[in-house]
Design a protein around this ligand. Sequence first.
Ligand SMILES: Cc1ncc(COP(=O)(O)O)c(C=O)c1O
Length: 458
Amino acid sequence: MTAGPAHLAITPVEPGGPATEALAAREAAALLPTYSRQPLALVEGHGAWVTDAEGRTQLDFLSGLSVTNLGHAHPEVAARVADQAARLVHTSNLYYTEPQVALAERLQRTLGWPDGKAFLCNSGAEANEAAIKLARRHGRRRDPDKTRVVALTGGFHGRTLATLLTTGNPDKHAPFQPLGEWVTHVPHDDADALAAAVDDDVCAVWLEVVQGEGGVRPLDAAVLDAAAQACARHDALLVVDEVQTGLGRLGEWYGFQGTDLEPDVVCLAKGLGNGLPIGAIVARGEAAHAFGPGDHATTFGGGPVVAAAANAVIDVLERDDLVAHAAARGAQLRAGLDALAAHRPDCDHARGRGLLQALALDAPRAAAVTERALAHGLLVNAVAPDAVRLAPPLIVSAEEVETGLARLTAALDEVAAADHAEPTDHAAPADHAAPADPAEPTDHAEPADPARAPEEHP
Ligand SMILES: Cc1ncc(COP(=O)(O)O)c(C=O)c1O
């Protein structure tokens, strides 16, 4: 698909339509209502662009929640998945399969952990669940009471019962109690509280270097230091959840590599399969010896097709130097967001790293901005009531970053105009004097540009 000028039009088009409504009605009759969906039904995607059931094209600055990092329908991933699917899809883990071993070797190489050992599973929650069991096993070998976990408020680690308890959002725990009492949460910005919470009964400290679902919040170096020191002092494992931040998203292969942290275990998923369901943990040092045969298992985990997808993802990231590209495009995106925050009263600040960024607003308007962004052909999400998350694919071009910023600006203008309008004048679109969308959105191979200076943005 080539996105032509029609896709760049800045005139807002109300989302939804007959095809979307028909699908929503069928869904309501057949699926449990666990999701509040946007009025958008997607049917196809190429690169950073998706097409909806009404035939409209959107610039995807969310990547399926940091998953389709190589863009939609990446030809290398598609070809290697098709090739593997035509030869061998499933064997169970009773037998050896080469793609699984090859993936574990690639994880060792990209982590820089020659002694790292992987366990492959199907999702981010399962990766965290596996790491919880591994940390327990490791701790209990030292002392039967060494079973507790210290985690951070705002952290997100999954929705299975154990990972839900590890997730630092008590509102999400309440409807499913009892979840047990083996996790202590400390404020995500309080190094002293973290240090004080870790004792000899703690088997692991759990954190994300940038809390993704918690609002795209990079943790302070002091908190990271406190975690590392507490783990060393009390012989606890340092587990870094890189489900959202790993595989180049932050402009580093893994987020911890941009810090002084040396984790014992990392959890991965999301971008690993570019949309195919795969998760992994990698443990090193003594942690790599915690599990023995029978301690953990999965029927599907690391099967040949998803492992082939993940091998293709890592090969393309390496071949096309996409981690450096993500760092450059992330700097460009951040410069644009910083400029918005500097010049607009309705924006407060930008935060994040690499291509995982949030624009914090001056009020809880993120849902409205997300909704108007959709009308302007841009997919983003309200990661907090007052913060809009942007996570474009790592293949995003400089022109697409500018297009995304222009569309976001148009959405902000509309929300601001509606706020200032009389109640009856709600729908008046803003003056999209706004920078015309500048680019053809197809060139993913383009070399990295230096970031634009903030002053160049409106
Ligand atoms: C940091 C982190 N850990 C774990 C998970 C859970 O992953 P999944 O939804 O694949 O179970 C997520 C999902 O957003 C995440 O962001």
